[in-house]
Design a binder for this molecule. Structure first.
Ligand code: DX5
Ligand code: ZN
Length: 218
């Protein structure tokens, strides 16, 4: 399991400390939520922030675009340092083209699905993707409660990936915490994004370690 703390839930005036937490807690990726105030009712960070985060850590940045028309600035996100880049299916017209473009830059191509979007919409493009992000909250904010029905979507998607012998990872994003992570991983999820469960804790490092232990059933 790869752990991807979401810095949206950290102190936004102190990204350096958030990155140090990710590093010392053994995180695999740093999840960066880009919101445009249109696709979701919130605004967060843009390309200059990604560029500076990239300079400030060796950890790969997992950039989650919650924006309309993601293709408009796709190259800039990649040039700024996104090693993993996710666009939303609901916001994309030319998904195949974007996945190819992301891979052309040597990055991992991901597609996110809102909770209500069925996994079947990705059936044909699946072999062109490196990962699928299943949203377990309605995107827009950290700290929302986990939607349990998304666990069944993960199980179904895992079965499809295995039946077709594909190499596509599953990420789950939203409300993942110490109470549900074991169930999430058991459903076939490879990457767990966690915002509040890490940065909302008194000791974010200890919380990240506990998430990993629980995920591994320890
Ligand atoms: C939600 C974001 C998530 C969020 C996760 O729109 O995509 O990545 O930051 O935060 P928690 O784990 O608190 O739900
Ligand atoms: Zn996210």
């Amino acid at each position: 399991m790869l752990l991807a703390p979401s810095i949206l839930a950290a102190d936004l005036a102190d990204f350096k400390s958030a990155l140090r937490v990710c590093e010392s807690a053994g995180a695999d990726l740093v999840h960066v939520d880009v919101m445009d105030g249109h696709f979701v009712p919130n605004l967060t960070f843009g390309i200059p922030v990604i560029r500076d985060l990239k300079r400030a850590t060796e950890l790969p940045l997992d950039v989650h675009l919650m924006v309309e028309r993601p293709e408009a600035l796709l190259d800039q996100y990649l040039e700024a340092g996104a090693s993993w880049l996710t666009v939303h299916w609901e916001a994309s017209t030319h998904l195949d083209r974007m996945a190819a473009r992301i891979r052309h830059f040597g990055a991992k191509a991901g597609v996110a699905l809102n909770p209500a979007t069925p996994i079947e919409v990705l059936s044909d493009v699946l072999p062109s993707l490196d990962y699928v992000v299943l949203m377990s909250v309605n995107p827009g904010f950290a700290g929302q409660p986990f939607l349990p029905y998304v666990v069944e979507k993960a199980r179904r998607l895992k079965r499809t990936i295995e039946d077709r012998s594909l190499h596509v990872r599953i990420s789950m994003d939203g409300g993942v915490d110490a109470n549900n992570i074991e169930q999430v991983v058991a459903a076939g999820v490879d990457i767990c994004v966690a915002g509040s469960a890490v940065f909302g804790a008194e000791s974010p490092e200890a919380a990240a370690r506990e998430l990993r232990e629980r995920a591994e059933g320890r």
